[in-house]
Design a protein around this ligand. Structure first.
Ligand SMILES: Cc1cc2nc3c(=O)[nH]c(=O)nc-3n(C[C@H](O)[C@H](O)[C@H](O)COP(=O)(O)OP(=O)(O)OC[C@H]3O[C@@H](n4cnc5c(N)ncnc54)[C@H](O)[C@@H]3O)c2cc1C
Length: 563
């Protein structure tokens, strides 16, 4: 079997990084969230050499902290953002085709309530337009339902206020895994990417044009210099911080808003459907079943500029808002703060508009080019990352044409399967799972375990099973589940640049959010293996353990009030 590329290997990360010193690229990308990853992929798809640096782990910024929906953004229709809704709406099906293992259809129920923000006719019309703009297939078109049907679909809804409802389709994803699969695809086409590497300064030529950057590797504490003809700032909530390294920020600037999600055990909110429902303040939030949990979100509040962008925190007020809204819509559940088993918080890198509330700020992306040549991209959504990348690299190729008549190339990502998404049709996945289960039946791996792997790693799953087989003779005392976990860890060290427990348990596998209760019994096993593979000394091992434990506690620590 053909082995996947090893360029995202933690085992040779230090060597690969140092080899870049003084190298020249067509494009240097700052930020390894979904925006930067998409830009690397687009650049590689057009044959441009490129390198990406991420100061934390890949997706550790906003791209692991979203609602995890690939969606058209129904509420943007209300704000008449027709272009945005059309674009992201159409991207949904395309992403499902190219990465069906991590972008799956999800039916949504939209209850219409007395004195709510949606009327029966306006919802029927709105959902119709939504489907039409997104070119939705006939069998995925919205349906409208009377009260009794809505209550049958979701008996936990508050009956006395329900008037009717609509059902429509969105897609569910794992944002951080989508980011890593995009990056792995980019790497397979020639990109280079490194986590924990921070752009600290820019370099300029005699004409004061940007020509390179200094980069610091936080893991091996080494600095290098890399030159590039075009430098793209895709630093999400840090876009203005990076712009300020280049020049004073004039004109448009970012406006960060905070969004919180809480997770409860599925049996405390056993929804049959994902529900998008009204909150009393006029906003709408989601409650979405996932694995053995249901998650609820999001809030949308201005984020003060004096607080840390790296470590936003969940406040008691955020949690109480979400619990109150949920209990009002699903009264029999009576959720309490003690029911929460995990949470996450992210910052939306939106573009400032005078006088608008957080929810009114546009989710559109914009590109700014500084007088010295730094290209910055801000705003946007996870769902629209491919088109954002295309627009950014369009700017680059136009500049290249102007500078030296390099022929204009066009993006080639529309039909590009993402790493792990190498299925002929999305509908082939169940058969693929059965086939793998049959092939490996002698290994005692259950079909459910194969299923869980396939919906994370897609067609890369056989590589994990090969590693499992490799580990078998050395780990006879471990259970199948433990050995499989180690195989997953080895794969992610070798092919997804996992460098510590948090990378693995939060951004590669989302276990901290959706399976936190399983972590306690496994993390020492994982820690020991990481220490062995990455040759940590005792001090490093302790440091990484402490860092993970802080994150492990933080998802259940809610600060009293934020200034
Ligand atoms: C609560 C919430 C819910 C959302 N829900 C959805 C949803 O369901 N669907 C959807 O489509 N969108 C959603 N979004 C929007 C979406 O998550 C974001 O638009 C997207 O993740 C932004 O990605 P990004 O790559 O631009 O930023 P980020 O993911 O933040 O990436 C930027 C990266 O740049 C790095 N960086 C910063 N400075 C430097 C430097 N000097 N050197 C190197 N690296 C640097 C950071 O560490 C960071 O990782 C949601 C957002 C929030 C906050």
């Amino acid at each position: 079997m053909k082995q996947p590329t090893t360029m995202l290997s933690s085992l040779q990360r230090a060597k690969d990084f140092e080899a870049l010193d003084q190298q020249h690229f067509d494009v240097l990308i700052i930020g390894g969230g979904i925006t930067g990853a998409g830009i690397a992929l687009d650049a590689s798809s057009r044959g441009l050499s490129n390198v990406l640096f991420e100061k934390q782990d890949f997706a550790a910024g906003t791209s692991s902290r979203s609602t995890k929906l690939i969606h058209g953004g129904l509420r943007y229709l209300k704000q008449l953002e027709i272009g945005l809704v059309r674009e992201v709406g159409q991207e949904r099906a395309l992403l499902h085709r190219n990465a069906p293992h991590i972008v799956q259809p999800k039916q949504m129920l939209l209850p219409i309530i007395k004195e709510g923000s949606l009327g029966k006719t306006s919802t029927a019309f709105g959902l119709y337009v939504y489907d039409w703009l997104a070119n939705v297939d006939d069998d995925e078109r919205r349906t409208m339902h009377e009260k009794n049907e809505v209550m049958e679909m979701e008996p936990l809804l508050r009956e006395d206020i329900i008037q009717a409802g609509g059902r429509y389709w969105e897609y569910q994803t794992d944002d951080a895994r989508l980011t890593i699969e995009v990056l792995k695809t980019a790497i397979s086409l020639g990109s280079h990417a490194f986590n924990y590497t921070e752009i600290t300064d820019f370099l300029y030529n005699d004409d004061n044009k940007i020509i390179g950057a200094k980069i610091y590797d936080h893991i091996h504490q080494k600095a290098i210099v890399v030159y590039a003809q075009h430098i793209v700032n895709a630093a999400g909530p840090w876009v203005d911080t990076v712009r300020r390294k280049d020049d004073i920020v004039k004109g448009k600037r970012l406006h960060l808003t905070k969004g919180v999600h809480i997770v409860v055990p599925y049996n405390r909110l056993p929804l049959r459907e994902a529900v998008y429902f009204d909150v009393q303040d006029g906003r709408m939030i989601f409650a979405i079943p996932r694995r053995k949990t249901t998650y609820i979100g999001t809030t949308d509040t201005f984020y003060p500029t004096n607080l840390s962008i790296e470590k936003p925190e969940v406040s008691l007020q955020d949690v109480e808002y979400l619990l109150k809204a949920t209990n009002e819509m699903f009264p029999s559940t009576n959720l309490q703060i003690e029911d929460i088993v995990s949470s996450w918080v992210g910052l939306r890198p939106l573009i400032h508009e005078d006088g608008k509330s957080p929810s009114e700020l546009s989710r559109k992306d914009e590109i700014f080019i500084s007088s010295k040549g730094l290209i910055s991209i801000a705003g946007g959504k996870l769902t629209g990352f491919r088109k954002m990348a295309e627009r950014t690299i369009d700017v680059v190729v136009k500049q290249r044409y102007k500078q030296n008549k390099t022929p204009i190339s066009t993006s080639a990502t529309e039909d590009l399967k993402l790493s792990g998404g190498n299925f002929k049709n999305p509908e082939d996945i169940p058969n693929y799972i059965t086939d793998l289960s049959n092939t490996y039946s002698q290994l005692q791996i259950t079909e459910q375990q194969i299923h869980d792997l396939v919906y994370k790693y897609g067609t890369n799953t056989p590589h994990i099973i090969e590693i499992y087989q490799e580990l078998l003779p050395k780990n006879t005392k471990l259970s199948t589940t433990q050995r499989l976990l180690l195989a997953e860890l080895h794969y992610s060290i070798r092919h997804e640049m996992v460098t510590n427990l948090s990378d693995f348990l939060i951004r590669r596998t989302a276990r901290l959010y959706f399976e936190r209760e399983t972590i306690e019994e496994t993390y020492f096993l994982l820690l020991d293996e990481l220490a062995k593979q990455l040759q940590w000394n005792k001090k490093q091992k302790l440091q990484y353990l402490r860092e993970f434990e802080q994150e492990y506690q933080a998802v259940l620590s809610f600060i009293p009030q934020q200034a």
